[in-house]
Design a protein around this ligand. Structure first.
Ligand code: PLP
Length: 421
């Protein structure tokens, strides 16, 4: 590799040591990936997936074999009664919004038990903005149980808050925060609390970035509905667009009425030419997620050796595919992101710059050179230019390319004298 990319020999030594540090974690990541692959392979076989499923359908999409079989495969992988896997979802936020509007009715309360939800949901819920047709405009109330000072779920505060609500909402991933991702064990505990005080509540999980990170999924731990994006984990880097909702049959049906029309639901919405990519992506997903996690684990191990704090710290269990590196200065963030960009397979000649992104208070820098626009299962790094000057690193379709990207980031920091060895 070094005959191609010419990294500093001391950086290569540190990289080798970092890989040795990470060996036990890599082995565990491989075991989880093997289990995920077994679940997917078994579901494909059980549902008799054949070339006919990839042929695609047009028009209304009645009896679309590829679409209907994929829903069944998805339900089997995630151990749910039903699933709605569609390229018609334009993003993860769209799938989440569909689920919220699908299940909630005027007068109901939506309770987030993991603090503030992901930024893009604030307008959907009506925390931000007015008169746009948000849940709030339709008479759906919102309440929240804040995280503890340590960024953990506040289990003690939950029972009182959960009483009487229609939806208990959890976000598994850390998102753009420094709190740790929820583990499946955390989700199980929240589900148990919910069942005790409010058996009728629907437990809804924003599963973005969480799929195939653990042996079990939230639906194995009591969640009624999980929602995610196909240009993240479960699309395996192959799905070109889309999202999914999986869980209890009655709830999935309500969501399908919101996605298409009341009464038509899952019966319509043709798969066009997207089926093969969605199947192949799901098939690859456990391994692709493992590659992304190894890339993150390698980055955490290397940057710990280089003297930086990382979250989760190297060697610790992660609940999602995000690694946060506290780089301590705007210059370091710029150098790191420039290196990630330069290490990308696409748009490697581009230099990322911080910009005033709509909806954010500080300037944001983003590095990504991806085959699929905005796909964060591909190697990418971003972060707001403010204390603690942390970059959020995620993705990496192959470990080999992810590692090179991380080394490029470190090398760029070396070249710019932001770090010394
Ligand atoms: C990505 C993501 C979403 C949805 O984002 P989109 O960009 O709309 O796909 C929601 N929640 C979390 C935690 C996410 O990571």
């Amino acid at each position: 590799m070094n005959t191609v990319f010419d990294f500093d020999p001391r950086l290569m030594q540190a990289a080798e040591a970092a890989e040795q540090d990470a060996a036990a974690r890599f082995a565990e990541i491989d075991r989880i990936s093997q289990h995920g692959t077994a679940k997917v392979l078994h579901a494909l076989q059980k549902n008799r997936v054949s070339a006919a499923c990839f042929a695609g359908a047009n028009g209304y999409g009645y009896d679309d074999l590829g679409r209907d079989t994929l829903d069944k495969v998805w339900a089997d992988v995630f151990h749910t009664e039903d699933a709605l896997v569609r390229h018609h979802f334009v993003s993860g936020t769209h799938a989440l919004s569909t689920a919220l509007f699908g299940v909630l009715r005027p007068g109901d309360t939506l309770l987030s038990v993991t603090g503030s939800p992901y930024d893009t949901l604030e307008e959907v819920i009506g925390i931000r903005g007015e008169g746009n047709g948000s849940l709030r405009d339709f008479g759906v109330h919102y309440a929240q149980v804040d995280l503890t000072a340590e960024g953990r779920p506040d289990f003690e505060a939950m029972p009182a808050a959960i009483k009487g609500v229609r939806v208990v909402y959890l976000q598994r991933s850390r998102g753009y925060s420094l709190r740790p991702a929820l583990t499946v064990a955390d989700i199980r505990k929240i589900a148990e609390i919910t069942r005790q005080v409010n058996p009728d509540a629907a437990i809804m999980v924003d599963n973005c970035y969480g799929e195939f990170v653990d042996y079990d999924e939230p639906t194995d731990a009591g969640a009624d509905l999980i929602i995610g994006s196909l240009i993240k984990n479960p699309g395996g880097g192959i799905a070109q667009t889309g999202g999914y909702i999986a869980g209890r049959k009655d709830l999935v049906e309500q969501c399908s009425y919101r996605l298409t029309c009341v009464g038509m639901g899952k019966e319509v919405g043709c798969s066009l030419t997207q089926c093969r990519e969605m199947y192949l992506g799901l098939f690859l997903a456990p391994e692709i997620v493992a590659n992304a996690r190894k890339t993150g684990e390698f980055a955490a191990s290397l940057f710990r050796r280089l003297g930086f704090e990382c979250l989760p710290p190297a060697g610790q269990t992660a609940g999602d595919i995000i690694t946060v590196l506290a780089l301590r200065s705007p210059e370091a963030m710029e150098a790191f992101c420039a290196g990630i960009q330069a290490g990308s397979p696409v748009d490697a000649y581009v230099t990322p710059e911080a910009w005033d992104m709509p909806g954010y208070e500080s300037r944001v820098i983003m590095a990504a050179g991806t085959f699929t626009g905005g796909a964060s299962i591909e190697l990418s790094a971003d972060g707001p230019m403010r204390e603690p000057f942390a970059v959020y690193l995620q993705g990496g379709l192959t470990y080999g390319s992810g590692k090179i990207g991380v080394l490029k980031a470190a090398q760029t920091m070396l070249d710019r004298k932001i770090l010394t060895l």
